[in-house]
Design a protein around this ligand. Sequence first.
Ligand SMILES: *[C@@H]1O[C@H](CO)[C@@H](O)[C@H](O)[C@H]1NC(C)=O
Ligand SMILES: *[C@@H]1O[C@H](CO)[C@@H](O)[C@H](O)[C@H]1NC(C)=O
Ligand SMILES: *[C@@H]1O[C@H](CO)[C@@H](O)[C@H](O)[C@H]1NC(C)=O
Length: 335
Amino acid sequence: MARRHYAFTTLLVVAVAVACLSSADAKLTVNYYKKTCPSMEKIISEAVTSKQLSNPTTAAGTLRVFFHDCFVSGCDASTLISSNRFNTAERDADINLSLPGDAFDLVIRAKTTLELECPGIVSCSDILALATRDLISMVGGPFYTVRLGRKDSLTSTASSAKGHLPMTNQTMTEIIGVFEKNGFTVQELVALTGAHTIGFSHCKEYVDRLYNYKHGGPKAFDPSMDPRYAKGLQAACAKWKSDPTVATFNDIMTPGKFDNFYFKNLEKGLGLLVTDEALFQDKRTKPIVQLYASNQTAFFNDFSHAMEKLSVFGIKTGRKGEVRRRCDAFNHLST
Ligand SMILES: *[C@@H]1O[C@H](CO)[C@@H](O)[C@H](O)[C@H]1NC(C)=O
Ligand SMILES: *[C@@H]1O[C@H](CO)[C@@H](O)[C@H](O)[C@H]1NC(C)=O
Ligand SMILES: *[C@@H]1O[C@H](CO)[C@@H](O)[C@H](O)[C@H]1NC(C)=O
């Protein structure tokens, strides 16, 4: 009896959560700014183009910031808030994750232009969502629909990030757990990780695979890696302790292009991170890697759907948020 009661309660909670999600979601529309700021898409697209051309890692960086923002308390630009002496903000949850400056710079530039054109109208979370989509398609990826009308968060704390982001030192079971907690399936996990097709990582994230692997000596590397690749990385990361800024691409074949080579590489021992390679080793994810490696259309379709889902995850609407005047500060602190 007690058991049945428990099951009923659980179902109810789930149903309410789904109802809340879809009603907040329903307020988003593709044409949200049509009357209030008709040039917003053009302004964002111009800012995206000029930033990506002047700094080609902007696409990867922005995608990473967007993912970080959405997975921690929803797509609400909480990641864009700067820390101050009263508060360590979400973006500084782990200073060593070092979110890339290009993405912040891009959003702030677009916002500055938008504030001149239509002050107080376009939210920072919408700018980030749209800029991410435009950058992905600019570097060869799929173009998916982004509905608009998100509000920006009223809080941003480093502590909220805890346990919400996948880490490069986690097992596949732990990573699947992080995604499932946010309502994403294993297939969506693999599709979204395909973003590493344009990604890059710092040496410290994978040096354990390169030197003294399993205490086999200074040059011993993870035998699941292609030997020439491993030796190339050993050379690239030789000074990783004195220069922590050194990074390499996750997709060594076509790092600047959004395509399915990331998955093809995994099949050949050309995965960079342990967690990249694990996608091919784990029996839950391997068939999906093989599908995407052999069929880019399947990857693009699934990636688009997963991004549309991610883009509305945990969004704030109405009085749950605000349209920030500056993307890096709450309105009541920025006068
Ligand atoms: C960040 O990196 C520094 C230097 O590599 C290290 O001392 C520190 O423990 C790291 N912090 C975290 C939270 O991993
Ligand atoms: C993974 O790294 C994080 C921070 O860099 C650390 O806090 C955590 O303990 C590590 N987890 C494992 C299993 O090593
Ligand atoms: C690739 O995937 C797409 C989308 O799922 C599908 O329509 C198509 O038939 C697949 N192509 C092949 C060669 O399997």
